[in-house]
Design a protein around this ligand. Structure first.
Ligand code: THU
Length: 160
């Protein structure tokens, strides 16, 4: 038996003020998106904002349905919106935040497995990493340089 160890890099910022202006902007837009979340069933709101390489910003929030499996996560709404509106333009950064109407959201607020898989697919398509910025209720921000850091051993088209 051989033991292998993976190192995953992530960065923390004490507050949004420690980020550059462009990152601050998408974090603020993600927070604004919380109000557009349609989440009467979970009462868990997710807001997201994706900055593209042409500096356009695609927004998203989670959208739920009485038929629960039809719910779609906020991150995916933002990514699909980016790809539909500006096809072929790479996505540089994705800011995600969440608010639980019933209790505080503590760090790390992190994309679900399905969203990690979707972010990875966009990274592979564009062949450049997507930075992921995460914010919960507190001021602290987590930053990952690539979806791959959130999805080691991910499944991708190379297996097909
Ligand atoms: N949700 C997201 O929007 N993103 C995630 O990464 C995790 C979960 C949404 C789906 C559902 O509307 C609610 O949060 C509770 O799971």
């Amino acid at each position: 038996m051989i033991k292998h160890t993976l190192n995953i890099e992530y960065f923390t910022f004490k507050s949004i003020d420690d980020l550059d202006e462009k990152d601050q902007e998408i974090i603020k837009l993600a927070v604004e998106q919380l109000q557009h979340s349609y989440s009467p069933y979970s009462e868990f709101q997710v807001g997201a904002a994706a900055r593209l390489s042409n500096d356009k910003i695609a927004l998203g929030s989670n959208q739920e349905n009485a038929s629960y499996p039809l719910c779609i996560c906020g991150e995916r709404v933002a990514l699909f919106s980016a790809s539909s509106q500006w096809p072929g333009v790479s996505i540089d950064s994705l800011a995600i935040t969440a608010k639980n109407l019933n209790k505080p959201v503590t760090l790390p607020v992190s994309p679900c497995g399905a969203c990690r898989q979707v972010i990875q697919e966009y990274e592979n398509r564009q062949d450049t990493p997507i930075r992921i910025l995460l914010k919960a209720d507190k001021d602290e921000i987590l930053m990952f340089k690539s979806a791959k850091d959130l999805l080691p051993f991910g499944f991708d088209q190379s297996f097909l």
